[in-house]
Design a binder for this molecule. Structure first.
Ligand code: ADP
Ligand code: ZN
Length: 296
């Protein structure tokens, strides 16, 4: 019996990662290249998969996108300021190149699917995946399904209460001091005048960061009650953030959500990605497999 080969694309605003693998989440080969114009970038995607005979493709895309299947603009990248990618029919263009079933969703929803299928959230009914990097985004699997609605969740733009010692204005072009405006990698860099990875581990920067992250997690827990929360992205490489977040979250919720995951063992509840930097790619394999099964 031959194994089904699946294709995966992690389409980021800065770089694209393409890979091939199997339905059990094993990545057999991968490559990456910078994101340039849509046409040039997609030609590179085509060139990569020309070397591999895939039977379905899963794509996790930067956004905002339209992920709603019955919408006329399903598969479009919608309002990005990124040159030439705004109002771009990304999925439509991929369908011209690849005559296989294609699953399409946000980068963070796909990463959530990866962690739920193969990683830290295996065996749960629901999980939220958050990335804190250049931006701040969140995706979710709820009762085994990726979370959509009007569009997709935009957890990074929720509003938070200010830390009393933080006077940084925030850098979100839409909201100023929303979560992304205050707690993304670029926000840290602008507030403290140096890249986040150069800040000392005991800097107050991390207490302030944890204060904002804990608020976002409290809101997520109160709204979705997920069984696992995964925190990834460049900023979360600062592992000292985890215990700070756990403590601040317990203080914020103040015993109200009475579950041992929060009261006793937040270190098993709010965790780094089980798949490390592969959550997106493995999630795209899982999405490819789902799409293949649904097309049969
Ligand atoms: P992207 O969001 O572009 O996919 P990343 O998740 O790596 O990529 O996020 C990049 C951001 O994360 C940058 O703002 C950078 O300053 C920050 N970052 C990357 N590595 C670290 C680190 N080790 N510690 C703190 N911040 C980091
Ligand atoms: Zn915002």
């Amino acid at each position: 019996m031959t194994t089904t080969l699946l294709g995966a694309v992690e389409a980021g605003g800065t770089k694209f990662v393409c890979g091939v693998g199997t339905a059990d989440g094993k990545v057999l080969d991968r490559t990456q290249f910078p994101t340039t114009t849509p046409e040039e970038t997609i030609q590179q995607v085509e060139a990569y998969f020309a070397k591999h005979e895939i039977q379905a493709l899963g794509v996790g895309s930067f956004g905002p996108i339209d992920p709603v299947k019955n919408s006329p603009t399903y598969g479009y990248i919608t309002s990005t300021p990124k040159q030439q990618w705004g109002d771009y029919n990304f999925l439509g263009r991929l369908k011209q190149s690849f005559q296989v079933p294609i699953g399409f969703d946000t980068d963070v929803n796909v990463a959530a699917l990866g962690e739920w299928t193969f990683g830290a959230a295996q065996g749960t009914d629901s999980c939220v995946y958050i990335t804190i990097g250049t931006g701040f985004g969140g995706g979710a699997v709820i009762a085994g399904e990726l979370l959509h609605g009007l569009s997709h969740p935009e957890m990074g733009h929720m509003l938070v209460r200010r830390h009393p010692q933080d006077s940084f204005a925030g850098l979100c072009p839409f909201h100023g001091d929303c979560l992304e405006g205050l707690a993304s990698g670029p926000a840290l860099q602008q507030r403290w005048g140096k890249p986040a990875n150069e800040l000392p581990k005991d800097s107050i920067a991390w207490d302030i960061e944890a204060y904002y992250l804990a608020q976002s997690l409290a809101a997520i827990i109160l709204i979705l009650s997920p069984q696992k929360i995964i925190l990834g992205g460049g900023v979360m490489k600062q592992e000292q953030l985890f215990p700070l977040i756990h403590k601040q979250l317990q203080q914020l919720l103040n015993g109200y959500v009475r579950h041992e995951a929060i009261l006793k063992s937040p270190e098993h509840y709010i965790v780094p990605p089980g798949l490390g930097d592969n959550a997106g790619l493995c999630g795209a394999l899982a999405l490819a497999q789902q799409t293949l099964l649904q097309s049969n």
